[in-house]
Design a protein around this ligand. Structure first.
Ligand code: G6P
Length: 368
């Protein structure tokens, strides 16, 4: 009913709108005075943190994209060898895993069988295992050495939204905390990032309040058969997540590529019938992505740019622009994902699909 959906027509829209609150809740008790402290939840010591050499991030679906953002973040703060893998692949690789490995399993439900099996595999090899989950009583949470909870509240919509934001928030805090224990994070860097993280709930809420224009824009594109999503750096996993959201609930074929890779294949598909969503927040890769926008325009594809407010004037030829507030470049994923979730929602609404219960999909997949 509308009541259990908090007055929203769908759980997905309710959950999208809860993201500012989720982020606030996730930071509570973990950041104080612009300092991150997870010592109440993690048993990690400085000696242990300095003894490890590798970090493996393992997950499925949307959780894999949150893990992919974290892979890039951890690379910035530490000199650890960080890799991200899909749970159903991780187990079948011959890569060294041992006591020098922190293996992180990101799973909203904590019940995804592939992720659970990957966790057992890493544990067997001696890795220290951490679960990042929304369910502290789940199978994965019960088996690992350490747990960090999302505190996102129950998510009903099959397409994950608020738990993606919660996962990224917890992963950023964990990355900062680990770097701190290893003494590889400068104090002013910690202050800069934690301070901005505490501002993000307000920015997310402001963005959601001004999301009105996305509806009519989404209607305009709702008959497209294929979409391409592009992004570089932190925005590549966000492009992947944007494409996944659109596929899951609207059933439109959507494919995401690292923007620099477009010339190696997907550019052959472009014409006026294929809209291209370009995720290009204000960061050091902006100009490079702008050149991909120009290549796309030359093939007559309509471009929907997701960019930072203030950058519109350089995007005059672009059909549609969705702006996000400015933030620290490393934190842009928290803002750029929001218009993509809304876009997928309104495209699906225009197509009349079952938004909260898409065909063939399950909220958690407990088979291999
Ligand atoms: C299913 C859901 C996705 C989710 C994935 C991983 O495919 O439909 O929304 O991202 O499982 O789920 P998990 O609970 O492990 O995060």
């Amino acid at each position: 009913s509308m009541v259990e959906k908090g007055g929203y027509p769908h759980f997905m829209l309710k959950e999208i709108n809860e993201q500012g609150a989720v982020m606030r809740q996730t930071l509570t008790g973990r950041t104080e005075g612009n300092v991150v402290d997870l010592s109440n939840e993690l048993s990690w010591t400085s000696d242990w943190a300095r003894s490890i050499k590798k970090v493996h991030l393992v997950a499925c679906g949307t959780s894999y994209y949150a893990a992919s953002v974290a892979e890039r973040v951890m690379g910035l703060f530490t000199d650890l060898d960080v890799r991200v893998d899909i749970a159903s692949e991780y187990r079948y690789r011959s890569i060294p895993i041992g006591e020098d490995t922190l293996a992180i399993f990101v799973s909203q439900s904590g019940e995804t069988l592939d992720t659970l099996a990957a966790e057992r595999f890493a544990k067997e090899k001696g890795a220290r295992c951490l679960a990042i989950t929304n369910n502290g009583l789940s199978s994965i949470a019960r088996e690992v050495d350490d747990v960090l909870l999302l505190k996102a509240g129950p998510e009903i919509g099959v397409a994950a939204t608020k738990t993606f934001t919660g996962q990224m928030a917890v992963l950023y805090l964990m990355a900062l905390y680990l770097a701190k224990l290893r003494e590889s994070l400068a104090k002013d860097e910690e202050t800069r990032l934690v301070k901005e993280m505490t501002c993000l709930p307000y920015k997310i809420e402001g963005l959601l309040e001004n999301s009105g224009p996305i509806k009519s824009m989404a209607e305009k594109y709702s008959l497209a058969r294929d979409f391409l999503f592009l992004g570089r750096g932190f925005s590549f996993p966000i492009a992947l997540e944007g494409a996944l959201k659109l596929k899951e609930i609207s059933y439109i074929h959507a494919e995401a590529y690292a923007a620099g890779e477009m010339k190696h294949g997907p550019i052959a598909l472009l014409d006026r019938a294929v809209p291209v969503v370009v995720v290009m927040p204000d960061d050091e890769l902006w100009e490079k992505t702008l050149s991909n926008v120009q290549e796309t325009k030359a093939r007559k594809s309509p471009v929907i740019a997701v960019t930072t407010v203030g950058r519109e004037s350089s995007l005059k030829d672009v059909e549609d622009i969705l702006t996000v507030p400015s933030t620290e470049p490393e934190l842009s994923p928290f803002l750029t994902v929001i218009p993509l979730q809304m876009f997928a929602y309104y495209v699906a609404l225009a197509r009349g699909t079952e938004i909260d219960q898409p065909r063939n999909l399950a909220k958690s997949v407990t088979v291999e």
